[in-house]
Design a protein around this ligand. Structure first.
Ligand SMILES: [Zn+2]
Length: 344
């Protein structure tokens, strides 16, 4: 990273509230019992209204940290709008509590359906059906019920003050002008915010520096990995001086994007090699043969939630290979989906 940026924001700043630019704060929110460890909420103070970017889970530890952060930034009484970078509950969980009367909850177009679907049993039943078809064992699926943070740590209500924001929309907060950059992939509606005047990009979970953002299957975003890689190209084109991610530390954006491309190219290659070696596997079986950065001796020893995420990630890579014409999906026994190589 260039020295000017380093002085703007210490990449290894102590765990605390940091004022990055006048009126722009990072508010650290711990994520208890979660491997992501902490969320970076950001606050931009305006004269009439302030903007909070993301909130943490709907858990007491997150609530307390957010309140302390707002107080440290002198914003505990500010009328507050909330910009939700995406629908994941570590980002949205407290939205219904912190939005102040008359405030807006901004959310991207692609994530908008989940503001009500996340509360509908029919939606989750559809996801369950999909995972069963992809080879996830029914008894393992039953055992994951009630443990998925997407289902129990989100905002309390389907709120009326959600406001859909689209790519290119401009938000003004105090002296700052921010442009919405839609970056579908991590979720269908994942958004970045671009503060062009300062060269600051709020990357949310589109680009993380200490963790590889999870790319999974979405019913309303076919080939999420393909869309994700396009979205990486999109932010790579911006003259970013400082990237502010949704979790943990910042770093060199260009180098990180390059590393993410390499990572997914290797992952796609690994997935294809598995399908070529053993044609006719389910996505669950493909996931069991991929290499994972998880502390478990074997696939059998994986925590069930991790198996669920791994299967989703394998699916994203299989869909990518299908769009590239290298893999095909075939009907297997009992309506299961099987993957076979295609082409020469
Ligand atoms: Zn996320």
């Amino acid at each position: 990273m260039n020295p000017a940026v380093q002085s703007l924001y210490d990449v290894h700043a102590p765990y605390g509230v940091v004022e990055i630019l006048p009126g722009i704060f990072r508010l650290p929110i711990p994520l208890p019992r979660n491997p992501l460890r902490e969320l970076n909420a950001y606050l931009i103070r305006g004269r009439e209204r302030s903007l909070l970017i993301d909130t943490g889970f709907r858990l007491p530890e997150c609530r307390q940290a957010l309140q302390e952060g707002l107080r440290a930034a002198g914003a505990e009484k500010d009328p507050l709008d909330v910009f939700l970078t995406h629908i994941h509950t570590d980002h949205t969980g407290l939205a219904s509590e912190v939005v102040r009367p008359g405030g807006a909850l901004y959310l991207g177009e692609g994530d908008f359906p989940f503001t009500h679907q996340a509360y509908e049993d029919a939606y989750w039943a559809g996801i369950d059906q999909r995972f069963l078809r992809e080879g996830f064992p029914v008894e393992e699926l039953k055992a994951t019920r009630g443990t998925n943070p997407a289902r129990n740590l989100g905002p309390t209500l389907d709120l009326p003050n959600y406001r859909m924001v689209k790519d290119g929309e401009v938000l003004t907060v105090g002296d700052y002008t921010l442009r919405v950059i839609a970056t579908p992939g991590h979720t269908p509606g994942q958004l970045c915010l671009w503060l062009e005047a300062a060269g600051i990009l709020f990357t949310a979970d589109h680009v993380l520096f200490d963790i590889t953002p999870n790319i999974t299957m979405w019913p309303n975003l076919p080939n999420a990995l393909g869309r994700y890689l396009e979205s990486l190209e999109k932010v790579r084109a911006l003259p970013v001086k400082l990237a502010l991610p949704g979790h943990r530390h910042t770093g060199d954006l260009e180098a990180r994007i390059q590393a993410l491309f390499t990572h997914h190219r290797n992952r796609v290659g690994e997935t294809l090699a598995i399908v070529q070696r053993e044609p006719g596997l389910t996505a669950y079986q493909v996931a069991s043969r991929m290499t994972w950065d998880i502390k478990a001796d074997s696939w059998e020893a994986f925590p069930l939630n991790q198996k669920w995420f791994a299967t989703g990630e394998a699916l994203a890579h299989l869909e990518y290979l299908m769009e590239a014409g290298q893999v095909a999906r075939e009907a297997g026994p009992e309506g299961s989906a099987r993957y076979v190589p295609q082409g020469k």
